[in-house]
Ligand binder design. Structure first.
Ligand code: GLU
Length: 571
């Protein structure tokens, strides 16, 4: 496989799809690379590395900066998953900083609310995990203080940032301005929508970063910010029934979890990815395992993006969605049978249900897709340590609730639980709301290895569509040897449920659509681009480090020269 190569084949693909995206790519020898969905977040990560920071310091600086420049997608009020590679020990870790349900949550708490009112209610707010997650990383491997890590974000919030296209688009949403504090934050002094190119200052958020720098994470989980968060989620857009249940006690007892990653082999590559409560890692390994016998990418008609290849991938994703809907949830609260779901014999029997030409009849109705937001960033430092992080506040602008005086949005993550309890008969209700439980996720930060050496790291936002995006990125690299830029540029599709409801990007050619529709696939054009992949990896031909960022958002990637060899980037 050549991660960088295969340009001729790629050009063929682009012609096939009539779709050209300019993907930002950098190449660098023996240095560090940062890829995020916003140039200022990328700069914050680069700055942290130049201060002598580790990849985990860069990841933290990126996350805090993203709270300023992409607040609709992730931030202090949300949660995150990370897979981390430590070069010195060659160990991979999975860190779960997912939000959790309050101690008084109940399985039927959403039962009388539809998705939309539920998602803008205080009831949707899970105990935020993002800050605890990055603090856990800092305490374990970090070289910088929290004050240093937040310093770029503080400056961006205080001095203002120039609104980029993706942010400008998100700001138009009514969800950004549902309650007075949110309106005051996201609208200009006359109440108008802030526009592309305008400067946006966020003094309350700057104050929050100042407090964190001075007082540490205590102030967030046990101090004045905790009190403000609890008060905020008690007010609700959905009436008294939607009042949040998070208490000071829930915040004081929030804990991240170090989890054992799920791993699998595919065509000589080793894949290490996020375990439950993510459903994405299990689904990714299931799909690859079920498709292995078809030798995708190796024969005419089965190349990436060709009808049979897409058909088989869609069908395998449907099987994975059925398992996901039934089995996947918080592993501490429900027995998630990860081993059984990934057992070779099980995958072989599932694979026998796949037919190269015929679609399985629609049998199971899945759930609604989640919103298209969240964020992915990926960083490798000059020691070879890697962080791949997917971070979220769930819906765009989370619950729409801004913490007054502190300037950040609270998540709506608890709507990732089953809104209607499913536990009945043999059904374990794996993703029903329970006190202290983490809602099932699709976030799938992933690492690829070959021969024990780290090769690439990536992931994507996009709710349930994350699973398809990560499957496609993995196939593009491992089945066809496409470089990251080529893989990111290809039009995407996303299977949403076991019934096979599938979104496709507008770039997918009409002839391929027609062929898939004629087999009965349930395709619908996605109103928005699918996902936003930030990738770093090694070119196997020349050993250089590469990074690539997705143009579907304001993606940006930068390489950091070895210490002392060039002037520092201006902060
Ligand atoms: N809350 C979703 C999850 O954890 C992510 C939302 C998104 O990617 O838009 O799977």
């Amino acid at each position: 496989m050549k991660l960088a190569g295969n340009v001729g084949r790629w050009i063929g693909k682009v012609a096939l799809f009539f779709w050209v995206l300019q993907v930002s790519v950098v190449e660098a020898q023996g240095t560090a690379v940062v890829a995020t969905s916003h140039p200022l977040a990328t700069q914050a990560g680069a700055w942290a590395l130049q201060q002598g920071g580790d990849a985990v310091d860069a990841a933290a600086a990126i996350q805090y900066a993203l709270n300023v420049v992409e607040p609709q997608s992730s931030g202090l009020g949300g949660g995150a998953f990370m897979v981390i590679y430590r070069a010195a020990t060659r160990q991979v870790y999975a860190l779960d900083a997912r939000e959790i349900a309050p101690a008084v949550a109940t399985a039927d708490q959403f039962a009388r609310l539809d998705y939309y009112p539920a998602s803008i209610s205080g009831l949707a707010v899970g105990v935020p995990g993002t800050l605890a997650g990055f603090e856990a990383l800092r305490q374990r491997w970090g070289h910088l203080s929290l004050a240093q890590q937040v310093s770029r974000a503080l400056r961006y919030a205080r001095d203002g940032i120039v609104i980029t296209p993706y942010l400008a688009h998100a700001l138009q949403s009514s969800r950004a301005a549902l309650q007075p504090e949110a309106r005051a934050l996201t609208r200009d002094s006359k109440g108008g929508v802030r526009q592309l190119g305008q400067r946006w200052r966020q003094p309350d958020l700057a104050h929050t970063f100042e407090l964190l720098g001075r007082q540490g994470a205590e102030v967030f989980y046990r101090g004045e910010i905790a009190q403000a968060m609890v008060a905020t989620q008690q007010r609700s857009q959905a009436g008294a029934a939607g009042r949040g249940r998070m208490t000071l006690d829930d915040l004081a007892h929030y804990q991240v979890r170090w989890r054992t990653p799920v791993e699998g082999d595919y065509r000589g590559y080793h894949i290490v990815t996020m375990p439950p409560p993510s459903s994405g890692g299990v689904a990714l390994l299931q799909v690859l395992g079920e498709l292995d016998r078809f030798h995708l990418g190796q024969a005419p008609g089965l190349l990436v993006g060709e009808p049979d290849q897409m058909h088989l991938t869609l069908e395998a994703l449907r099987l994975a969605m059925a398992d996901r809907a039934y089995w996947l949830g918080d592993p501490e609260a429900t027995a998630v049978p990860v081993k059984a779901l990934l057992a070779p014999a099980y995958l072989a029997s599932q694979s026998r249900r796949l037919n190269r030409k015929l679609r399985q009849p629609t049998v199971v109705k899945g759930e609604m897709p989640e919103g298209n937001n969240t964020t992915q960033f990926t960083v490798v430092d000059s020691e070879g340590n890697v962080v791949s992080c997917t971070s979220t506040v769930e819906a765009p602008w989370g619950s729409g609730l801004v913490v007054p005086g502190y300037g950040f949005f609270l998540n709506s993550e608890l709507t990732d639980f089953n809104l209607q309890p499913q536990q009945q008969g043999k059904n374990p209700g794996a993703n029903d709301v329970r006190p202290g439980r983490r809602p099932r996720s699709s976030m799938t930060p992933t690492l690829i290895f070959r021969g024990g050496r780290w090769l690439s790291a990536y992931g994507s936002p996009g709710g349930v569509s994350i699973i398809s995006t990560v499957v496609e990125m993995t196939q593009d690299q491992l089945d066809e040897g496409l470089g990251a830029a080529a893989a990111i540029a290809l039009p995407r599709f996303a299977v949403l449920d076991a019934a096979g409801h599938t979104l496709v990007e507008s770039g997918l050619s009409s002839s391929i659509r027609a062929k898939l529709l004629s087999r009965g696939h349930l395709l619908e054009e996605s109103p928005d681009p699918l996902g936003s992949v930030q990738w770093v990896g090694i070119d196997q031909d020349n050993g250089s480090l590469q990074g690539a960022a997705d143009p579907r958002r304001d993606g940006s990637v930068v390489r950091i020269p070895p210490k002392g060899s060039e002037k520092l980037l201006s902060p």
